[in-house]
Design a protein around this ligand. Structure first.
Ligand SMILES: [Zn+2]
Length: 306
């Protein structure tokens, strides 16, 4: 869906949020709380909420995971606007934007291996890349990196406060197109957010530093910068982020109200105990009436038993 399809009744830009899971497995508790927070932010702002399946990296996509995530969201009472957007449907657009960046000399080809870069210092987003291949003439087997200028990139995170970095020194030239010919997460995200006219991004704290790269790309591409809110990530008792990679348990669709209640507790909304045994509709009503992202201010992680 394109923002141009929708007539604007006024000049006020309405809130447009999204939830963008990767189909690398089923929904787990960590992704549920991100969905809840982004949904409640949209609903309490009288905004729209879109679902995007981030499957540009088809190598990591698990069979049937998209359907499982959608089914789980539906059963938990999430209602998204418009059709589900799949990144795999945007490949032509991605290539056009890549060509635009190449034609305007914003990027260069790089054939450094991980091994070549292993002695580089570690920055905010992994290894700092300092332009090694910028002036080389590489013909094959390359990734594409963006030239980072000597610029400070800063933003005000709605939950984590003021953030700033020196993009070339703290991150360096980052990848926009991988060697295996797959678009990078950063570039795909900014293109899709722009395409749907996303005004507000609510996502996990683990993605906070990637925002610098995304703001940098948005500025090159003349896109509007959305407002960002990075909510705490759910961790296990060992302080390990709940993720599919580390075997986070799939959410049970038989424990829907319990999952939702536990999600609100994890998000520090302090729902009344009696809500635990209430029905789905009442839990959502309570959540919409009482949602306050202020309760998450500066919180970076939440330990959970889920
Ligand atoms: Zn290189």
């Amino acid at each position: 869906m394109n923002k141009k399809d929708e007539p604007e009744s006024s000049n006020i830009i309405k809130y447009r949020g999204r939830f963008a899971p990767s189909p690398t497995g089923s929904l787990h508790f960590g992704s549920l709380i991100t969905a809840i927070a982004s949904y409640l932010e949209a609903k309490t702002s009288q905004g729209k909420w879109f679902l995007r399946i981030d499957n540009a990296d088809f190598l990591r996509e698990q069979d049937k995971a998209s359907d499982s995530i959608k089914r789980s969201l539906e059963l938990h009472g999430f209602e998204w606007d418009g059709n589900t957007h799949y990144q795999s449907n945007s490949l032509t657009l991605y290539n056009q934007k890549k060509d635009h960046l190449i034609d305007n000399d914003y990027v260069f080809r790089c054939n450094c291996s991980r091994k070549n870069l292993r002695n580089n210092p570690i920055g905010l987003n992994g290894v700092i890349y300092k332009g090694t291949c910028r002036t080389k003439n590489i013909k094959e087997d390359f990734s594409i990196r963006v030239i980072t200028e000597h610029l400070k990139v800063a933003f005000k995170d709605e939950i984590q406060g003021h953030q700033a970095c020196q993009i070339d020194e703290d991150i360096g030239d980052f990848t926009i197109w991988r060697r295996d010919n797959i678009i990078s997460y950063h570039l795909a995200t900014v293109i899709d957010d722009n395409e749907v006219g996303i005004t507000n991004v609510v996502r996990g704290y683990d993605l906070l530093n990637s925002t610098f790269c995304q703001l940098y790309l948005q500025n090159i591409l003349n896109y509007i910068n959305p407002i960002y809110s990075h909510i705490p990530i759910a961790t296990d008792a060992n302080n390990q982020k709940l993720s599919k990679q580390f075997g986070a348990a799939e959410l049970s669709n038989k424990l829907i109200t319990q999952n939702l209640f536990n999600g609100l507790c994890a998000l520090k909304q302090e729902p009344p105990t009696e809500l635990r045994s209430d029905n789905l509709s009442n839990i959502w009503s309570w959540a919409i009436d009482n949602w306050s992202s202020k309760k998450l201010t500066m919180v970076k992680s939440i330990t959970t038993l889920n």
